[in-house]
Ligand binder design. Structure first.
Ligand SMILES: [Zn+2]
Length: 261
């Protein structure tokens, strides 16, 4: 099968420029890559044999999953919180990115459980197709533009359900400066790393319309033990750490909703 590059701009972890013919590619886990590289270096005469049984099938219809709490004062101003619902199929995709999806839903549940009625609309979005094309994120931003929706901020969790460390911010220096006075409020959660940084792949396309992006930063030490591997299953997620992350995201979103940007 010879898929055209514009149908599959991002396959096997590689990106293609326009007009470039596709070549056979494979993506393996970070641990697998390290082991392979080390072994080949140590034994230069070693023969490496790699067999792939996967294939790219024709596109099938799929959807983003969206739930929201309507804002009580400014319902037209939206704060998105999300993760991606697709995953690599060799495991459940619990850390990447079931954790982010559950945390996003949990933010809405926490608002309800605490009786907090947000001023702005808080929308939890489980984005489809992050892993091989980002079409859910692109489509979401396109629809937002088409429907004239104002997205003030978007928060993504896509780095695993580990102990919270902080948030990366994608915005102007003035927008980032508005967040800085909240640092003492977030510090008790262990959220100490707050400043310029990455937002998230799925919410990335919203930046074109001026949405300020926040990437949830959990502890990164164990993520690549699981990410895109056969062991990324439910039991490797710590419920306690997952909940701490969800509470951290809810705290940030509460501040964004109360004080705006
Ligand atoms: Zn992911």
């Amino acid at each position: 099968m010879n898929p055209r590059h514009d149908d599959y701009p991002h396959v096997g972890g590689m990106r293609y420029g326009t007009g470039v013919p596709l070549i056979p590619t494979a993506a393996i886990s970070t641990n697998g890559a390290d082991l392979l590289s080390k072994t080949l270096k140590e034994s230069p005469n070693l023969t490496f044999y790699f067999k792939q049984s996967c294939e790219t099938l024709p596109d099938a219809k799929s959807y983003n999953v969206v739930g929201e709490i309507k804002g009580s004062e400014k319902p037209d101003e939206i704060i998105v919180v999300g993760g991606h619902i697709d995953s690599w199929d060799l495991a459940e995709g619990a850390q990447d990115d079931g954790a982010g999806c559950m945390q996003s839903i949990e933010v809405l549940r926490l608002f309800k459980a605490l009786g907090v009625k947000p001023k702005r609309t808080i929308r939890a979005v489980m984005f489809m197709n992050e892993e091989n094309g980002l079409r859910g994120g692109v489509q979401y931003a396109d629809l937002a533009k088409k429907n004239n929706e104002k997205h003030m901020a978007a928060v993504e969790s896509d780095a695993g359900g580990f102990t919270p460390r902080g948030f990366g911010i994608v915005g102007t220096p003035e927008q980032r400066a508005k967040v800085m006075p909240w640092k003492p409020l977030l510090a008790p959660y262990g959220l100490l790393e707050i400043g310029a940084g990455g937002g998230g792949a799925d919410i990335g396309p919203l930046a074109q319309s001026g949405t300020v992006l926040f990437g949830f930063k959990p502890d990164s030490q164990r993520y690549f033990d699981y990410h895109h591997t056969a062991v990324d299953n439910f039991e490797v997620v710590s419920q306690r750490e997952l909940e701490l992350g969800a509470a951290s995201m809810a705290a940030l979103i509460y501040l964004l909703d109360q004080y705006g940007l």
